[in-house]
Design a binder for this molecule. Sequence first.
Ligand code: ZN
Length: 234
Amino acid sequence: MSEIDPLDADLLRQPDVDPSFASNAPGPAVATTDGGVITLVTTARFLTDDDVNMVVGVDFGERVLWAAAVVGPDGVKQVEMESGREFRHYREQLDRRREQLSEQGDLRGIRETRGDRERYTEQKTHTATRRIVDLAAEHAPCKIRYEDLTDYRETADDAIHDWPHGMLTEQLAYKATEAGLPVEAIDPANTSITCRQCGETNPQFRDQDDFECWECGYEVHADVNAAINIAQWT
Ligand SMILES: [Zn+2]
């Protein structure tokens, strides 16, 4: 059996297309190769800032894994979040299981459970980012905005820093692009300690899950407040 050389220029050349079809196409076609199989992928036209007036602000949380707020010109349309309890609990269970196996000297068990924690984490990040992009797609045209926590994570020291921010934002950007939705990373300064209602900033407004503004009396889940701030960030 002869193999197709994926780099064969003749095979990569795009087929002739009917010009009338081409003018209606949503975007340029790109030839990709995957294991010698050549497929034509039509890329979606990318939305620009002028096309969108809805923003989904995403706060990758501490006690809450993520909170997302859909905000448009008329205010907050929808809010969703996912508790981090199950994630932490299951990962603790996996850690305990590994410790037990280690104490028992069960080498086979240790081998079989290797990578379980990472796989579970990856699965959770996929589910989370899928849901966020689906939520955004329900409100399209819209953009997804999240905090760029690259620097913050290096110095911070709490449990949720196991929640892999890099993997999350990477998957979020990838899935959003696939869905034709733009993404934007912003500087996270003060999003969690600023009142989304009156704009007052004070670290004391936040106490774990609770946000209470002493200025205007606004009370809300702290991660929801942060997600709305991210969506409204200018
Ligand atoms: Zn306030």
